[in-house]
Design a protein around this ligand. Structure first.
Ligand SMILES: [Zn+2]
Length: 247
């Protein structure tokens, strides 16, 4: 019985050597979401697939669905994001993006919004060296995945957030006012972090889903540090929740 061939565009997120010459890829595709696909004999110098299948390549790919797994049968390079590859700092940001997608997304769930967000992030990073692109990507991804944080009113008391001391509380899904935080148990307080007014402003701009605002965001080193902490806190929490849900 002949195999059905599927064609789509995809971005290579992860690759692992398998055996002597095979490779196992995690690819985020336009039409099928994240897929795990085998590259047979792909590490051999003669493989015609090599030119289109490397980490963070955007390629037109073709694969067949076997009984147990998918096998890559064609890969034509569309964009290799040359400037990202030449710059360790940008490469590092793309590695983080790929890692987040690999850990937060389920298999075979097509998502147009994530596809566009990922493409745009890679193109932007290829054109300019804005670290903030990573955070823009990350918070919009959270939002697409149904975890858009509450940034305008306290999710506990419902009061509008005034520019005073407040905290990011992952379990409450956003920014909580200090009056509510005071009432939290010690253990719960440990799982929250003070969030700066400027960080809240940056997050609001990110979630306005307008890439054009990015170069205009002025952000101090201190705010950057706070943004990094808050981002890590929320990402960590979401990964744990996902792991719990899988059990
Ligand atoms: Zn409150």
């Amino acid at each position: 019985m002949p195999f059905t061939h599927y064609r789509t565009e995809g971005i290579f997120l992860r690759k692992e050597g398998r055996g002597e010459a095979d490779q196992l890829f995690s690819i985020f595709t336009k039409d099928f979401g994240k897929l795990e696909i085998f590259g047979r004999a792909i590490r051999k110098i003669t493989s015609k697939l090599r030119a289109g299948s490397d980490l963070f390549y955007l390629s037109e790919i073709e694969f067949i669905q076997g009984k147990t797994h998918k096998t890559l049968t064609d890969a034509i390079l569309i964009d290799k994001f040359k400037k990202i590859r030449e710059d360790p700092e940008r490469l590092n940001l793309v590695c983080q993006i790929a890692e987040v997608l690999d850990s937060l997304l389920g298999w075979e769930e097509r998502d147009n919004k994530i596809w566009h967000l990922l493409n745009e992030a890679l193109q932007r990073l290829d054109n300019c060296k804005l670290k903030i692109t990573y955070y823009y990507f990350l918070w919009n991804l959270f939002s697409i995945l149904g975890h858009k944080p509450e940034l305008y009113s306290c999710p506990v008391c419902g009061e509008k957030l005034l520019p005073e001391t407040f905290y990011f509380v992952p379990r409450e899904g956003g920014v909580v006012c200090w009056k509510c935080l005071k009432k939290f148990a010690k253990e719960e307080k440990k799982l929250s972090k003070e969030i700066a007014v400027d960080t809240v402003k940056a997050l609001r701009l990110f979630l306005s889903e307008d890439w054009e605002t990015l170069p205009r965001i002025k952000i101090t080193e201190e705010t950057k540090r706070n943004l990094k902490e808050i981002s890590e806190l929320y990402l960590c929490y979401l990964k744990e929740e996902l792991a719990k849900a899988k059990k």
